[in-house]
Design a protein around this ligand. Sequence first.
Ligand code: SF4
Length: 386
Amino acid sequence: MSSRQHHLLQQLPVDLNDISLTEWNEFFDHLGFRPGSRRQVFEAVFHEHVSGVDGIPGLSKEERESLAHVAVIRRSGQHELSRSRDGSYRLTLVLHDGHLTETVIIPEWTNGTLRKCSASISSQIGCFFGCSFCATGRMGFHRNLTTGELLEQVRKAEEVVRQELNADLTHLYFMGMGEPMHNYRAVSDALTIMRDPEAPGPSPSQITVSTVGLFRQIRMLASDHPEVRLAVSIHSADQQKRYEIMPVSSRLGLPEIRDALVFHQRQTGYAPTIQYLVMEHINDRPEDARKLVAYLGNLRAGITLIMYNDVPEAGLKRTEKEKIDVFQSVLEEAGFPVDIRWCFGEDINAGCGQLKVCRSEERVSVSMRHGLQSGCAASRNPADDQ
Ligand code: SF4
């Protein structure tokens, strides 16, 4: 029995949502389950999202009893759905322990035709890293979401898209609350499960994982999930300035991040998206754009400039359009395709930097993520247009 397995069995009941895929067989070996029954449990938990051991079909009486003795399946209790004037949705789930998590759904229309419908899901409750512009960081870190909770957000987002728009979810972004790469095991397991066409979620090539630059996990993602896209928040190509914006960057050197991006590109063939949250008087000068150009060098990448929403809690401001234009032209003249993202959902507090994780009676937090927050999350990689 592995130490983690031992640990699991010390904390009964085990939440089946939280058993890693590598532990799955060992756990069910321990219970004496047949291979077919393990598969039944797996599909019931991760594909069909049954809400209790009793709901799992195809088990023998003995298997059901032994499983019920040691395991539970924890599901979110309820959800709230808000719709913005701009057509985006904010889906709030109340998790089994009372924590709230948010998913933002963004339909994009062209000439009255729904061209794309994306969801941005959360990966953690709070965040460990404390970026200056980010209210999620101010919550502190509470816990990682389980694989089952990640997939539940995807499944519920798909339900909303079907019910509200009679359409399918086409793109998925791990860009909600929290740093997905800091919850790598659960995110990686969710990505593995979503490879199965029967599982919830769009095809892997339409899935993007965002990070502040956890370079070891970038390499792991490239090896474990080469079909998945990558977005990295840089926000400044000056190490000292980046440190002031994102204290975590004291441990995430820009050269190491760039090496990991090169590795990722070699492994996957994809151009990463470089996310850059533009903040007035912080990182919006032409000189800052030139530093970004020099940093990226010959790396093939698309750059998404994100327009900051004024958020009183953060004390930061959005840069004026004229300055953005200059910034953009420096990047484009250097050959980088640039996409500018304005926010969706500002009237329902789901826009960049405004997403409030709240219940009607209880405001829990204001959240912002890696610069591609909520409404900004539906970003395509402009390098794909080349
Ligand atoms: S921007 Fe991302 S990494 Fe930084 S504090 Fe917010 S959630 Fe955490």
